[in-house]
Design a protein around this ligand. Structure first.
Ligand code: NAD
Length: 252
């Protein structure tokens, strides 16, 4: 048994950038057929092009996965294209870090719609679409912010903590359908989405506090997501794998 994902039908949400894009690339390299979701056509096209140029199979699924209808449509597009549905990676997020006095209703609504409700609707749509005997795998991208507090992240930490609760509850409910539900908790990883909160000085300070001496990369996170999606993780469910170079549970 290896991490072969041959012919698995996969949907990766928010795969136009960052961790989602790298996950889509890795899944396709392992043999999966990947539905590449994002809000923006140009992001989706760029990821699909990168996958097909590398010899993989992928197609674009432009949908807003923060709504029940949007993610249902995305899952159904994958099922129609592949004739099956095996893996959902709930990765999409819209994130703002705000101090408590600055938290605004519109920001909270958008973050919750994509990062919390979208995960619930995704689990619902995917579990309906999966084969009743073969089952499948759902991987929710949470964060180390669900495990350790930091500044300006009341909303983000709250959502990602909720994602861990959703992961465990869904694993309990869907295990009898052979559906595994797990989460991954990355620490800070340079991506388009985190650019606005990073600079060289902060990155160096973070790396110095990390036992492995560096920040994570999208490859580090995608490796773990692919493992959780594969048969190698066939007896794993309700887990939250922390991929952080050791930074969350140490104090350098
Ligand atoms: N990068 C990090 O440091 C880090 C750390 C911990 C957790 N995470 C989590 O990893 C995931 C990916 O993060 P990233 O940094 O790669 O993000 P990113 O911002 O680089 O990419 C996210 C993508 O999601 C898309 N998206 C947003 N709303 C959407 C919607 N409604 N429907 C479809 N697509 C939508 C965006 O267009 C974007 O392309 C997120 O869940 C994030 O919270 C990231």
């Amino acid at each position: 048994m290896d991490m072969n994902m041959d012919n698995r039908a996969v949907l990766v949400t928010g795969a136009g950038n960052g961790i989602g894009r790298e996950t889509a690339l890795q899944m396709a390299a392992l043999g999966a057929v990947v539905g590449v979701n994002d809000l923006k056509e140009e992001f989706v096209e760029a990821t699909v092009k990168a996958i097909t140029e590398a010899g993989g199979r992928a197609f674009g699924v432009v949908e807003n996965v923060s709504t029940q209808e949007g993610i249902q449509a995305a899952v159904q597009r994958v099922k129609a294209h592949c004739g099956r549905f095996d893996v959902l990676v709930n990765n999409a997020a819209w994130v703002r870090y705000q101090a408590i006095p600055d938290i605004r209703p519109d920001t909270v609504d958008r973050m919750v719609d994509v990062g919390f409700k979208g995960v619930i609707w995704g689990i619902q749509a995917a579990s309906e679409a999966m084969d009743t005997e073969r089952g499948g795998a759902i991987i929710n991208v949470a964060s180390t912010a669900a495990l350790r507090s930091t500044l300006n992240s009341v909303v983000y930490s709250g959502i990602k903590s909720g994602v861990l609760g959703i992961t465990r509850a869904a694993a309990a409910e869907l295990g009898s359908q052979n559906i595994r539900v797990n989460a991954v908790c990355p620490s800070a990883v340079p991506t388009e989405g985190t650019q606005r909160n990073r600079n060289a000085e902060r990155d160096a300070a973070r790396a110095a506090k990390t036992p492995l001496g560096r920040l994570g990369t999208v490859t580090d996170i995608a490796n773990t997501i692919c493992f959780l999606a594969s048969d190698r993780a066939g007896f794993m469910s309700a887990q939250a794998l922390v991929v952080d170079g050791g930074v969350t549970f140490t104090n350098l």
